[in-house]
Design a protein around this ligand. Sequence first.
Ligand SMILES: [Zn+2]
Length: 169
Amino acid sequence: MHWVGCASSNFRSGRPAGFKPEAVVIHIAEGSLASVDAWFNNQAAVVSAHYCVGKNGDVHQYVKEEDTAYHAGNPIRPAWKLLKRGVNPNFYTIGIEHEGHAGDVWTEAQYAASAALVADIAKRWSIPLDADHVVMHREIYALRTCPGSQFDRSKFLALVKTVPANQPT
Ligand SMILES: [Zn+2]
């Protein structure tokens, strides 16, 4: 885990009263890990995620899990059944970007590192490891394919469940 941080305009310190992480949202970055580092540190971006996982398995962190990252606001035709109507999804989710583009096949290192990260997050926040709590961004925002055509959630969830308890990430 490598702490990068992000520009102050790109996240909200803390979460509104009564909100804590209840689900993880999986994204594809449409760029490199380095480009994500730069974009989230650009004051003009007004977007962020808590983490980005590189194709080589490197994990960069930009926003503390206790804080609100701007990764999944503004639901459009949401399919996610646990979405809270009229509430910004960023308030109760953790966002994870992944290096690469929507059509890229995910590397095994990227799957493994992201699975270990999600297992860790789930343990910290008592988040169930199922498709209702490991959400694809397009299930909140249907105008994008994010996290792309190659992300295999069934494979990912199976991997998450093989991560040993207490394994540091
Ligand atoms: Zn996304």
